[in-house]
Design a protein around this ligand. Structure first.
Ligand SMILES: Nc1ncnc2c1ncn2[C@@H]1O[C@H](COP(=O)(O)OP(=O)(O)OP(=O)(O)O)[C@@H](O)[C@H]1O
Ligand SMILES: Nc1ncnc2c1ncn2[C@@H]1O[C@H](COP(=O)(O)OP(=O)(O)OP(=O)(O)O)[C@@H](O)[C@H]1O
Ligand SMILES: [Mg+2]
Ligand SMILES: [Mg+2]
Lengths: 227, 227
C-alpha cells in the first residue's frame, strides 16, 4: 500500500543545508501496525509529513496504492488526505476559534457529509475519547491532553484506512493513553493500517514492527514475533 | 516559600460553571522537589498557572515568600515571574517569528541584562539542552522535542529560584528526557525549588514528594523516604 524509495529531505536555511532525511526506503503493507521511534530531532515528524502527503521529499519516490504521489494534483492530494488518511499532529493543529465538536466535524464537512450525520459522528468519536462533557469547549478552554484527544478524534472521524499518529499519547496519563491505544488497536484489527510515532517504549512494543530512525536514517526495522 | 490555602478556580462558559480546582491547600518549602500527577483534565496546569502568578484563583489565598499575591500590582507580579520563577509551559509558548536564541534571550532582555552577556548566557543554556547547532532555527524549523528544549532553556536562563515545569519531557525520547531531569536535579541540589507536572511515573518517582490531583482536588500528598 505504501512504498517509499530512497527518500531524502533537505531544508535550506539561509546559506546552510540541513539534511533531515537520507535515503529512506520503507514498505508498509495494508493492515500493518508499525511504530516509528528515535531520538528527538531524528526526522520522525518529517517522515510522517511525507507519508501523510503534507510535504514533498527533496529526492526519491513515494507510491501510495501503486500511484506515484509526485504525479498527483493538489486536489487529488487533498482528497487522499481527507478520505484515506487520518493524521494526528504532534502539535495538534486545532482551529482556535471553534470548539471541539466543530474541530472534529471539519473533515466531514470537506467530505460532503450532511449536517445531522456529521454532528452525530463527531459526537460519537468525542465520546469514544472520553470528551463527551467537553465538546463545546474551545482549545484554550481544554487541557493539553484534552486537546490531544480532540486531535485524535478528528483523525478518526472519516473512517480512514490508514492512521498516522505523531506522538498521540505524549500529554496523556497512562490510563487515558491506554484507552487511546485500545481504540487504535481495535481499528487495526478491523484492517486499518496504523503508524504511530512514540517516545514511549511500552507503546512502541505493542506494534507488530518497530522502525528506528537516527539522524534521518533508518537504522533498524524489526518485526516482532509472538506478541 | 509557597503557601496555597483553600484555592478554588471556577470558569464560566456561557451559563455553565466549570469547577476546575476545589479547596486546594498546599505548602512548598524552599529547595523542595515535588512532582504533580493526575489524570488528563484533573487541574494540574491550572494549578501551575496559579503558582506561576499567571492566573488568579476564584477563591482562596496564595502567599509567595510571605507576601499575599492577591495584593501585588501587575508590575510586581511581572517582576516575580521574570526574576524568581522559571516556567516551562505544556505547549511551550515560543514566539514564532524569532529564532531559538532570541526566544531564550527574552527573559534576559526584560531583566535588563546587557546584550553581550545575554547572548553568552542564552547560548550556554541552549548548549546545556543539546541545541547548540539549532540556535538560529525558528520554532517551525525545529522538531517538537527541540521546541520543548528551547522552552526549558528559556525557563532556566534567568537563574530562577523556583522552576515550574509543566510536562517538560512529554515530547522527548528517554535519553533526552533524562538529560533534562539531570539538569533540573542539579539545580535542585543547589537550592532551586522544583515542581514538575508529569504523566511519566519514572520521572515522578525521582521527586522527594508526589502530589496527586483528581477532579480538581488533592487526593494524595506523599513524601518519599530513602530514595
Ligand atoms: N478557560 C477554560 N474554561 C473552561 N474550562 C477550562 C478552561 N481551561 C481549562 N478548563 C478545564 O479545566 C480542566 C483542567 O484543565 P487543566 O489544563 O488544568 O488540566 P491538566 O490536569 O493540566 O490536564 P492534562 O494532563 O491533560 O494537561 C479541564 O477539564 C479543562 O477542560
Ligand atoms: N523547516 C525546517 N528547516 C530546517 N530544519 C528543520 C525544519 N523542520 C525541521 N527541521 C529539522 O529537522 C530535524 C528533524 O525534525 P523532526 O521534526 O522530523 O524530528 P522528530 O524526530 O519528529 O523529533 P521530535 O521527537 O523532537 O519530535 C530537526 O533537527 C529539525 O531541527
Ligand atoms: Mg516530532
Ligand atoms: Mg496540563
Amino acid at each position: 500500500m505504501i512504498q517509499l524509495k530512497d527518500i531524502s529531505k533537505v531544508y535550506t536555511l539561509g546559506t546552510q543545508e540541513v539534511e533531515v532525511l537520507r535515503n529512506i526506503s520503507l514498505e508498509i503493507k495494508p493492515g500493518e501496525f508499525l511504530s516509528l521511534v528515535g531520538p528527538s530531532g531524528s526526522g520522525k515528524s518529517t517522515l510522517m509529513n511525507i507519508l501523510g502527503c503534507l510535504d514533498k521529499p527533496t529526492r526519491g519516490s513515494y507510491f501510495f496504492e501503486g500511484v506515484s504521489v509526485a504525479d498527483l494534483s493538489d486536489d487529488q492530494l487533498a482528497e487522499i488526505r481527507n478520505k484515506k488518511i487520518g493524521f494526528v499532529f504532534q502539535s495538534f493543529h486545532l482551529l482556535p476559534r471553534i470548539n471541539a465538536l466543530q474541530n472534529v466535524e471539519l473533515p466531514l464537512i470537506y467530505a460532503g457529509v450532511p449536517r445531522s450525520k456529521r454532528k452525530e459522528k463527531a459526537r460519537e468519536v468525542l465520546a469514544a475519547v472520553d470528551l463527551a462533557d467537553r465538546i463545546y469547549h474551545k482549545p484554550n478552554e481544554l487541557s493539553g491532553g484534552q486537546c490531544q484527544r480532540v486531535a485524535i478524534a478528528r483523525a478518526l472521524v472519516n473512517n480512514p484506512q490508514i492512521i498516522l499518529a505523531d506522538e498521540p499519547t505524549g500529554n496523556l496519563d497512562t490510563k487515558s493513553g491506554n484507552e487511546i491505544l485500545q481504540i487504535f488497536e481495535k481499528l487495526n484489527r478491523q484492517g486499518v493500517t496504523l503508524v504511530i510515532v512514540t517516545h514511549d517504549l511500552s507503546i512502541a512494543r505493542r506494534a507488530h514492527r518497530i522502525v528506528t530512525l537516527r539522524d534521518g536514517e533508518i537504522i533498524k526495522d524489526e518485526v516482532r514475533r509472538g506478541e
